[in-house]
Ligand binder design. Structure first.
Ligand code: ZN
Length: 522
């Protein structure tokens, strides 16, 4: 039997500036889901890309005084290069301005919608935010300003192509309400259902070539118009699979029986959960199966944004504090719903409390005891040691808890499930007190020696279980923990720290010790 196929996509960001931490959140979330499904035996494709054809790229290039392609290439490279510092397992990247797969896909989808009778021309006048690349109705603009950018939109009046979105309201409602198209969290699903219930107006899917400064994909058969950048950009999810160029990927990843999962920020839910599924239905393609929506990050209380506001460079953060610390903060602190404020002090606090003190100390204590009391030979594991039942239970339940949390797009609950093993293991060390058994053994008590074997074996097993469950979240750290606890010939390797404490500016938020105040041996 072929394993289940899981196709996971990130949104493709505008490359009007260098990437910021908010986008790193989405990349890391997508990477965790991809690694987790791979670990569970699925065939997975993690797809990323860049949205090169936006008007705001043109405007940013002009402001910078460089050619559009040159400007787009430089910023797109910075996005693609995040895979290294964030340890991402991206399988494929599509760049909409220069990937030969993209334009034929957009043209094919356009023609399929046209053949379905869903594209028509009409004169249109509306308020357009170039930052969002979308038209707004006056009641969507508090104080006359864009809710995302707080800028006044431009009045645009021209003849455009329109997509007959109104025709799909009923089908979209049924897909989403019935769970065929799952939107998580529920708060976001309810927003989309409310949007549909409020009535869906047809939307403009082209603009004049003049207003687009000649940048973008021309409308097939109408060279005076270019295809609206959102119509163009959304198609990346299937153009990357050869929708316009052929090959077997479309069948493997989109029209087959597997899952098609989009991650997206809350600001672009309408495009992913309404426009895109309607375009697919029009073209005779299945809609996505899951849309997982994250909220935003702020930095020191201010909005993070590529264009205006504060920027936090995720590559620079990873270079300074390490990939693990950055990923851990994003996964551990950001809730399913609600914006989250980033500070370096919080990143450092999390890493020091949990990674250095909680997990790092656990691994170094356990391996140090095996070296000290057993010359580095890992005792064979049988039944859990006396008093280690809660730890054995945490190990047994860990994978199912991680699965359940990630199915609900809840990274905090998933990391907490892994951490329940770390906490139980630290508690087990302080309660079982192996150093007491070691003393008794040295005094000639063979029963104490057997107890010591059992407890050390169970603790090494716990560390290995943590490494295995931690891999999707912190692949680098998990590899170091696994290496420290691996004993292919029964012998542990030389000691090496798995985490070092971070020096971070500012006060670290106080938190109780992650290990419940467990004491160190000896
Ligand atoms: Zn805007």
């Amino acid at each position: 039997m072929t394993p289940p196929h899981t196709y996971i996509t990130t949104t493709i960001p505008y490359v009007n500036a260098r990437p910021h931490l908010g986008f790193a959140l989405e990349l890391v979330q997508a990477d965790v889901l991809a690694r987790h499904r791979r670990a569970r035996g699925d065939r997975v494709r993690l797809q990323a890309g860049t949205d090169d054809n936006a008007l705001k790229n043109v405007l940013a290039a002009r402001a910078a005084g460089v050619g559009v392609q040159e400007f787009v290439d430089a910023n797109a490279d910075a996005f693609v290069a995040l895979a290294g510092p964030l340890s991402l397992s991206v399988d494929d990247v599509i760049r909409t301005s220069r990937d030969p797969r993209h334009r034929p896909g957009v043209e094919r989808l356009w023609q399929a919608c046209a053949a379905a009778g869903d594209l028509y021309r009409r004169h249109y006048e509306g308020l357009y935010c170039a930052g969002c690349e979308q038209f707004y109705t006056p009641d969507e603009l508090p104080g006359g300003r864009c809710p995302e950018h707080r800028t006044e939109p431009q009045l645009v009046s021209e003849e455009n192509w329109f997509f007959r979105l109104s025709r799909y309201a009923g089908q979209l409602h049924d897909l989403i309400a019935g769970g065929t198209l799952r939107i998580e969290p529920a708060e976001r699903r309810n927003e989309v259902l409310a949007l549909i219930a409020g009535g869906l107006a047809d939307f403009s899917v082209s603009r004049s070539t003049g207003r687009a400064h000649g940048w973008g994909i021309p409308v097939p058969g109408d060279p005076g118009q270019v295809i609206y950048v959102w119509f163009d950009a959304l198609v990346n999810y299937v153009s990357a699979l050869g929708y316009g160029t052929g090959g077997g990927d479309l069948q493997s990843w989109w029209t087959g029986a597997g899952r098609r999962i989009h991650l997206a920020g809350k600001g672009v839910v309408r495009f992913h959960a309404v426009y895109w599924p309607a375009m697919l239905l029009s073209a005779g393609l299945p809609p996505p199966t899951d849309i997982l929506v994250h909220d935003y990050l702020t930095a020191g209380g201010q909005k993070i944004s590529k264009s205006g506001g504060v920027t936090v460079d995720p590559a620079a953060l990873a270079a300074q504090y390490g990939t693990d610390a950055v990923r851990w903060w994003l996964l551990r602190e950001v809730p399913r719903v609600g914006d989250t404020d980033f500070t370096v002090a919080r990143l450092g606090g999390r890493a020091n409390d949990e990674l250095a003190n909680g997990l790092g100390n656990l691994v170094s204590r356990v391996t140090a005891m095996v070296r000290r009391y057993r010359d580095g030979q890992v005792p064979a594991t049988g039944a859990p040691a006396a008093g280690a039942q809660p730890l054995a239970e945490a190990i047994r339940l860990g994978p199912g808890r991680v699965d359940a949390a990630l199915a609900g797009f809840d990274f905090r609950a998933a990391t907490a499930a892994v951490w329940s093993i770390v906490d139980e293991a630290n508690r087990c060390v302080s309660q079982a007190r192996p150093w007491v058994a070691a003393k008794l053994e040295r005094a000639g008590d063979p029963e104490a020696g057997r107890q010591l074997d059992a407890i050390l074996g169970t603790l090494i097993q716990a560390c290995r279980a943590v490494a295995e469950q931690l891999e999707p979240f912190l692949p680098d750290a998990a590899a170091r923990v696994a290496q420290q606890c691996a004993a292919p010939d029964g012998q542990l390797p030389a000691a090496a720290p798995v985490f070092s404490r971070l020096e971070v500016p500012g006060p670290s938020p106080s938190r109780p010790p992650a290990n419940g105040g467990a004491r160190r041996p000896g």
